[in-house]
Write a protein that binds this ligand. Structure first.
Ligand code: ZN
Ligand code: ZN
Length: 290
């Protein structure tokens, strides 16, 4: 189980009113029996990443978890960008920035084709919680962005969302989508520590983790836009140290360096409740629990 190293925050007055009904995490249980604690904190635990059955002792050469020697013999075709998220964009109008090398001749690939053999079935199944969790966050963002008359408040695990970002980064590295330049396809490193973080054996430490950029609020509108770009250690692009994602109009950055010195002040980690003030004076919130 991943232990959060980040301090909890007392529930704000605004969010306390949601503690009396069903839990805004969608578990179907009452909030007070689920994510709302007796001393007025919202707390959603990260998913346990559980590998079914006995350890296998087997390393699949194509699975990114090869060093863990716990693979199944079958490889699964995995979407390097979660299908649960891609499907929420209007694929006809969505813009796909940041990876020109897969948009051959300016044509968008089909969602079905955006797969690679990067995880064995065993690891793919275990990590699918992270994809589902991120998919739920995007569903909420889309509802908010379209000013739908949706629930006011939603709670999710920030730690799961953060690990989903890392999983995506590892997937794009393993699928060799990241290039040094147009011609050179590099073999970038997926660090063992990253794999340990993904399965919950280790935590993001130091400056590592997920940041959100800028102020959230007034003018939020869902954009059918999905952008991904790797972050490099320097202009030589020899080492991948993270990634930037623009999704649904929000800008996220994953940093995988322990003591990064170049993080701009307006990047926030951890971020907690994103509050959106819709033009019709309605207020919506998504709380990321850490
Ligand atoms: Zn809950
Ligand atoms: Zn595996």
């Amino acid at each position: 189980m991943t232990q959060s190293t980040k301090q909890l925050q007392k529930a704000s007055l605004w969010t306390r009113k949601f503690a009396s009904g069903l839990c805004p995490c969608d578990s179907g249980r009452f909030a007070k029996e689920c994510c709302y604690t007796k001393d007025n904190y919202w707390k959603k635990d990260p998913s346990d990443i559980i590998l079914q059955g006995e350890p296998t002792g087997f390393s699949h050469q194509k699975c990114i978890f090869m060093p863990h020697k716990n693979c199944s013999t079958k490889i699964s075709k995995e979407h390097y960008f979660s299908r649960s998220i891609l499907e929420q964009f209007d694929w006809n109008t969505a813009t796909l920035d940041g990876f020109p090398w897969i948009t051959k001749n300016g044509n968008k690939p089909s969602i079905n084709s955006m797969t690679a053999n990067i995880l064995c079935e065993r690891h793919n199944n275990a990590l699918s919680h992270l994809d589902n969790s991120a998919g739920d966050v995007f569903r909420e963002l889309k509802l908010i962005g379209n000013w739908k008359n949706t629930r006011e408040f939603y709670i999710t695990s920030g730690a799961d969302f953060e690990r989903w970002m890392l999983k995506t980064l590892c997937g794009t590295i393993a699928a060799k989508l990241i290039k040094e330049n147009v011609n050179i396809i590099n073999t970038y490193e997926i660090k063992n520590q990253w794999l340990d973080i993904l399965v919950g054996n280790e935590n993001f430490s130091g400056t590592m983790g997920l940041y959100i950029e800028g102020g959230i609020g007034q003018e939020f509108g869902f954009e059918d836009k999905f952008s991904f770009s790797p972050l490099f250690n320097d202009s030589n692009r020899k080492q991948v140290i993270g990634a930037s994602f623009i999704m649904a109009g929000l800008m996220f950055h994953l940093i995988m360096e322990n003591n990064a010195s170049h993080i701009p002040e307006h990047w926030r980690n951890p971020f907690r409740t994103l509050v959106f003030n819709l033009p019709n004076k309605r207020k919506r919130g998504i709380l990321f629990s850490w």
